[in-house]
Design a binder for this molecule. Structure first.
Ligand code: DGL
Length: 266
């Protein structure tokens, strides 16, 4: 493999630990690649930010990240960020490949039998024009309920840190996803925040009826793989995979979690 970009890391970006749900899929598909995981924990939760401020913040941060890590590709493993800034990132940094994470409305519309689909996301993702456009483009024949959750990303952070989550709180957050019209019921819930798959088992347990929960992580990892030049044989692993926290001070629980994901916390 002569392409020098293959030696450069894959930058995986989120506001917190949610992007790890994408990282674990990417690792399986690209075991020879080096990963830099960036958690913008200083700015968590993105879901609560106003759009212009968040856009400016992420563009500014990426100028520094691209300069510092020189990644081969950047994966925005965050719906709240992608639905706001993916176009602006591509315009601002032409030539650098970005993979975004946006609500999996197209596969949900293709798979639903009842025609009742819910999109569970942060309040930011729910109000984005990008999300509305996806529905207009792919799901016109469906009834799509957008459910903005103020607390689920934080609950997922707490769960990954402490190993415990209040199931009643999860139940309350997901309850609006479940819609019944006559004999038709919601049959698909799109997990449109990368934090949520960590709570998938609790969601299954507290759901009023079984549904298909769509987690786009594997599809995102496959997209990243498809954009990278192929690698012949193992790449030299000169440096370890790292996790970078914008707060600059990951605590013990987070450092342990990163260790579990094969990342050394910085
Ligand atoms: N993980 C982010 C997403 O996919 C959201 C978490 C946050 O609100 O910062 O949307």
């Amino acid at each position: 493999m002569s392409d020098r970009s293959s030696h450069r890391p894959i930058l995986m970006f989120d506001s917190g630990v949610g992007g790890l749900t994408v990282l674990r899929e990417a690792r399986v598909l690209m075991p020879d690649r080096r990963f830099v995981y960036v958690a913008d924990d200083k700015a968590f939760p993105y879901g609560a930010w106003e759009e212009p401020a968040l856009q400016a913040h992420i563009l500014d941060l990426f100028a520094k990240l691209l300069d510092r890590f020189q990644p081969a590709i950047s994966v925005i493993a965050c719906n709240t960020a992608s639905t706001l800034v993916i176009d602006a990132l591509r315009e601002t940094f032409p030539g650098h490949p970005f993979v975004g994470t946006v609500p999996a409305i197209k596969p949900a519309a293709e798979r639903t039998r009842s025609g009742l689909v819910s999109v569970l996301a942060t309040p930011g993702t729910v109000k984005r024009q990008y999300t509305r456009d996806l529905i207009g483009k792919w799901a016109q024949k469906c009834h799509v309920r957008l459910v903005g959750s103020n607390n689920l990303a934080g609950l997922a952070e707490a769960y990954m840190r402490e190993g415990f989550v209040d199931e009643e709180a999860v139940r309350a957050e997901i309850a609006p996803c479940f819609v019944q019209h006559d004999d038709l019921r919601t049959d698909i819930v799109v997990l449109a925040c990368t934090h949520y798959p960590f709570l998938a088992n609790r969601m299954r347990k507290t759901a009023p009826w079984p549904v298909d929960w769509i987690d786009p992580a594997e599809a995102i990892a496959r997209r990243a793989l498809s954009l990278l030049p192929a690698v012949d044989g193992p790449l030299p692993q000169s440096e370890p995979d790292i996790a970078v926290f914008t707060s600059g001070k990951p605590d013990f629980a987070i450092s342990r979690l990163m260790q579990g994901f094969g990342l050394s916390a910085r």
